[in-house]
Design a protein around this ligand. Sequence first.
Ligand SMILES: [Zn+2]
Length: 200
Amino acid sequence: MPVCMVQRNEGVVTRISLVEAAAGGPGRVFGESSGAGKGKGKGLRVVPLRPVGDVVAAAIVPGALAESAALNGVPLAEGLHLLRHADRLTMSGQQYWIAVQPTVEEVDFSPDIHGEDAFCFLTKARLGTGDRIVVCPGKPGVPCGAIYKADAWELAMRPESGLKCLRCGFHPSQTQWEPPKARERIQLDALYQLASQRES
Ligand SMILES: [Zn+2]
C-alpha cells in the first residue's frame, strides 16, 4: 500500500508521496542543511517500507538533526526509527502525519496468483481466468485480500448501497485518511474532562 506524509495547514490537507523518487535515492529528505562543512546535505530521510505488522516506513535521523525532530512529541535520537500509520513527525516546526493510502485496483483473475477454486466474496460466483476482479486492500495494519468480481464490487461500493467489504469493512471512501483537526482534539479533551467530572 502506498505510504504518504500528510500535512494540515489552516484546514488545507497536503499529501506528499514517499514513492516518487527524490534526489539521492528512495524516500524523501526533509530539513536538509544547506550550510557548508560537516552535516551539509544531511537531512532527515523518510523511506517507505514493505509493511511488517503496523510498521509502514522508517525515519533516518542524522546526528546534525538529532533532538530537533520529534515523533509523536518525543525527541528523536540519531539513527533509524520505525514509523506507523497515523504517527506524527515534527521537523523544523512543521508537522507531518504518516499515512497509508489503500488503493483499489482492477486486475485479471489468475488461478496462479489468486488460487484455484476462488469465488466472488459477494456474489459467490466461481471465478475464471481473465475475469475482472478487485482484491480488497483492507485497512492500515489489517490487510484483507477478499476477492470480488469487479462489477459486483463497483455496485456494492456505490454510496447508496451502504455496503462495505463484507470481510473487513473497508470502503473506498476511506482511502483519504486525514490527520485529526486541532479543534477535534480540543473537543475530545473537553469531553474527557466532562466525563471525569460526572464520575466524581
Ligand atoms: Zn476487505
